[in-house]
Design a protein around this ligand. Structure first.
Ligand code: SF4
Ligand SMILES: [Zn+2]
Length: 256
C-alpha cells in the first residue's frame, strides 16, 4: 500500500519536473540561478537501485574494509545488516522512517559528475575520495573547516574539536586557494559554501574569508557555529551580516 501510494506521487513529481524542464529549455520560465539551467540539462533519472529489501556495499566500522550489506524493513524502520569476515556481524537502524526513506528515493536523480575531478580513481570508493569521478553529482554545499579548535568542549563533539592533539588551521591564502579551486569545478560550480570547524568564528581571518567567498561570486555563504560569540557580543552578529554571511547554522545540542 505504501509503495502504491509512493508510485502515484512519483508519477506526479516526474510530470511536474518534465513540464518545468520544458518551460526552462524553451525560455518560457526563468530558472532561479543560471547554474540551475545548466544543471537541468545534465540530470537524468537515477540508475541507483531503489526499494527494499536490497543489497548495497558498506564499510566495516572496525577495519574500514568494503563489505556487502543488506537493507530491509523492520517495525517501520529501515535496518542495515552487514558482516565482516574478521569483525563479525553489525546490525543497526539505517533510517528511522521507512515511508520517508522510500519517498526521498523518488527524488533521486543522476547528474554527470565532475568533468575535472582533482582525484584519480585508483582503488575505488571511499579510498580515493576527493571528489573522484565515480560521483554522479557535483558539490552542492561545500564545507570548509577553518579550524579544529573550539571555544567549547562538548563531550559529544562530532568534529573531535580540541581532541586531535594538533591544530588544523589553513592559512588565509590556503582557504582562498580552496575557494578558487571550487570556482573551477565543471560543469557546475558549487552554489553554497559553508564554513565549519571546530568553531569557525574563532578563525583569525573569519570575516575576511567570508567576504572573499561572496566577492568571488558564490551565491550563498553559510557558517555552522555554536553561536557563542554572537550571544556574548551582538555587534559580532552585525559584523557577520556585513561580511555577507547569508545563513547561520547553530547547533544548540552541542552548546551547553
Ligand atoms: S561547539 Fe561544536 S565544534 Fe565545539 S566542541 Fe561543541 S560540538 Fe564540537
Ligand atoms: Zn572488519
Amino acid at each position: 500500500m505504501v509503495m502504491e501510494k509512493l508510485e502515484v506521487k512519483k508519477d506526479i513529481v516526474e510530470k511536474i519536473r518534465d513540464e518545468r524542464l520544458k518551460r526552462v529549455l524553451s525560455g518560457e520560465e526563468k530558472p532561479p540561478y543560471s547554474v540551475l539551467k545548466r544543471k537541468l540539462y545534465t540530470i537524468q533519472p537515477s540508475k541507483l537501485k531503489k526499494g527494499l529489501p536490497r543489497d548495497v556495499e558498506s564499510l566495516c566500522p572496525e577495519c574500514g574494509r568494503i563489505i556487502k550489506a543488506h537493507l530491509y524493513e523492520k517495525d517501520g524502520k529501515v535496518m542495515i545488516r552487514k558482516e565482516c569476515p574478521e569483525h563479525g556481524v553489525f546490525e543497526d537502524v539505517y533510517f528511522s522512517d521507512v515511508e520517508l526513506f522510500l519517498k526521498f528515493e523518488m527524488f533521486a536523480i543522476d547528474g554527470i559528475g565532475l568533468e575535472n575531478p582533482q582525484t584519480k580513481l585508483r582503488v575505488g570508493c571511499p579510498y580515493d575520495c576527493g571528489l573522484c569521478n565515480l560521483h554522479f553529482s557535483h558539490s552542492s554545499i561545500v564545507n570548509i573547516d577553518l579550524t579544529n579548535r573550539c571555544n567549547l568542549r562538548c563531550p559529544i563533539c562530532f568534529a573531535n574539536a580540541n581532541a586531535a592533539g594538533f591544530v588544523y588551521e589553513p592559512s588565509y591564502d590556503e582557504v582562498i586557494a580552496m575557494l578558487k579551486l571550487l570556482k573551477k569545478m565543471r560543469p557546475v560550480e558549487p552554489p553554497a559554501i559553508q564554513f565549519a570547524g571546530g568553531e569557525p568564528t574563532i578563525y583569525p581571518w573569519f570575516f575576511e574569508v567570508c567576504k572573499a567567498a561572496k566577492e568571488m561570486g558564490f551565491p550563498q555563504v553559510q557558517v555552522a557555529t555554536n553561536g557563542l560569540l554572537m550571544a556574548n557580543d551582538p555587534t559580532f552578529a552585525q559584523s557577520m551580516w556585513d561580511s555577507c554571511i547569508g545563513r547561520v547554522y547553530c547547533h544548540l545540542d552541542g552548546s551547553m
